[in-house]
Ligand binder design. Structure first.
Ligand SMILES: Cc1ncc(COP(=O)(O)O)c(C=O)c1O
Length: 392
């Protein structure tokens, strides 16, 4: 076990905020079913509603525009499925078999859900991005038509951190009469999000990316927008998501958001400073590298780097031996590693995509940790390049 342990993988998940942990410990005794009318149920209900209000106010929504789900993936699957319900079996039919437009750099939960819908007959169109991972809005203008029911574009990318011009994309969508959804799982709690200013109809968020627990998320649905649930059953969440609420997770998510409200702005400054130190350190000590993602419109703590001539997995494993946790964007399929679909969409060749590492910094990281990471990374790259036949 290495002496130091440095966690630079906050886009994968975050540790619980100490205040969230305290709130969860207290909430463990609240066992009533929030749907029950007796005092046990009412106690749980009051805490669930308090949480809903905190989340709504953080993104400038109304409390009844928020409902809770089991994850960011469920939130995204729910919204993508809104046009697939069977009208004859739905109390609130909105099925018009509409086409959906999304992008090539979305999280797998959007891409896989899209492929599934496509196989079942829903036309899905995929937007390109430029070298920085920005959506081609001119292409969206050409692609969108009266057939388009929904446009779904992520607010910030999990691998490269690029932040999209959401207001512009939402406005283009609305001009053609389409609804607009954004996967804001990596954005809420890291950058300011105002659903009214950004003209958003649906938004997804998740607890474990913002120092809350895993297995809880929330969806924003603009008032008046018709909506069919993915999970049917009881009348929980006003019929928008059946299943007894994850009271503990919801209370913790509310607390995590409350802490983001207090800490986000200050943290942004320190994350930008740490990222800049990491970037400068890498530039100074390691040749033949490339930074991916947008240089300015980027999440404050995310830095994606390609190291020419080496495999990302080798870098990851050697850094892990030094106690440093990072990630690659490669995905495992049929026993082999596929290069990141995000980097490929940005025009990075497969060899480059295979040699890329994502550093995602968080609230507890320090300058000392960054300096240590640069030192160890420099050694690791030297070592792996020496062994590499691909590095000239
Ligand atoms: C952009 C984005 N969307 C959705 C998800 C899925 O969220 P969850 O892990 O809560 O299902 C993730 C998780 O990595 C993500 O980064």
């Amino acid at each position: 076990m290495p002496v130091k342990q440095i966690y630079l993988d906050h886009n994968a998940t975050t540790p619980l905020h100490p205040e969230v942990k305290i709130a969860m410990q207290k909430a463990m005794d609240v066992f009533g079913n929030p749907s029950s009318m007796h005092s046990f149920g009412r106690d749980a209900r009051a805490l669930v509603e308090e949480s809903r209000e905190k989340i709504a106010s953080f993104i400038n929504a109304e409390a009844d525009e928020i409902f809770f789900v089991g994850s960011g993936s469920e939130a995204n699957n729910t919204i993508l499925s809104i046009f697939t319900c069977e009208p004859s079996q739905c109390a609130n039919p909105c099925n018009m078999a509409h086409e959906i437009i999304t992008s090539k750099i979305e999280h797998p939960c959007i891409l896989e859900a899209s492929k599934c819908l496509q196989n079942r007959g829903t036309p899905i169109l995929f937007l390109n991005v430029d070298n920085y991972g920005k959506i081609d809005t001119a292409q969206l203008e050409k692609m969108i038509s009266s057939r388009t029911g929904l446009v779904s574009v992520m607010m910030a990318n999990n691998e490269i951190g690029t932040i999209q011009d959401i207001k512009k994309i939402a406005d283009i969508s609305h001009k053609k009469g389409a609804l607009f959804h954004t996967d804001a799982v990596q954005a809420v709690g890291k950058i300011p999000v105002d659903v009214k200013k950004l003209n958003i109809d649906f938004l997804s968020l998740s607890g474990h990316k913002i120092y809350g627990p895993k297995g809880v998320g929330a969806v924003y649905v603009k008032k008046g927008v018709k909506f069919c649930p993915l999970i049917r059953g009881g009348h929980q969440e006003k019929g928008r998501r059946a299943g007894t609420e994850n009271t503990l997770g919801i209370i913790a998510l509310g607390k995590a958001i409350e802490m983001r409200k207090v800490e986000m702005d200050k943290e942004e400054k320190s994350l930008l400073e740490l990222k800049s130190a990491l970037k400068k350190g890498i530039e100074k000590s390691i040749p033949d590298i490339r930074f991916n993602g947008h240089p300015t419109d980027c999440l404050p703590g995310t830095l994606n780097v390609t190291f020419q001539g080496v495999e990302g997995e080798a870098i990851l494993l050697y850094l892990d031996l030094e106690g440093i946790a990072v990630s690659t964007g490669s995905a495992c399929s049929s026993g082999s590693l596929d290069p990141s679909h995000v980097l490929l969409a940005c025009g990075i060749p497969a060899e480059g995509a295979h040699g890329s590492i994502r550093f995602s910094l968080g609230r507890d990281n320090t300058k000392e940790e960054i300096d240590y990471t640069v030192t160890k990374l420099t050694e690791v790259i030297k070592k792996t390049r020496k062994m590499s036949t691909a590095y000239k």
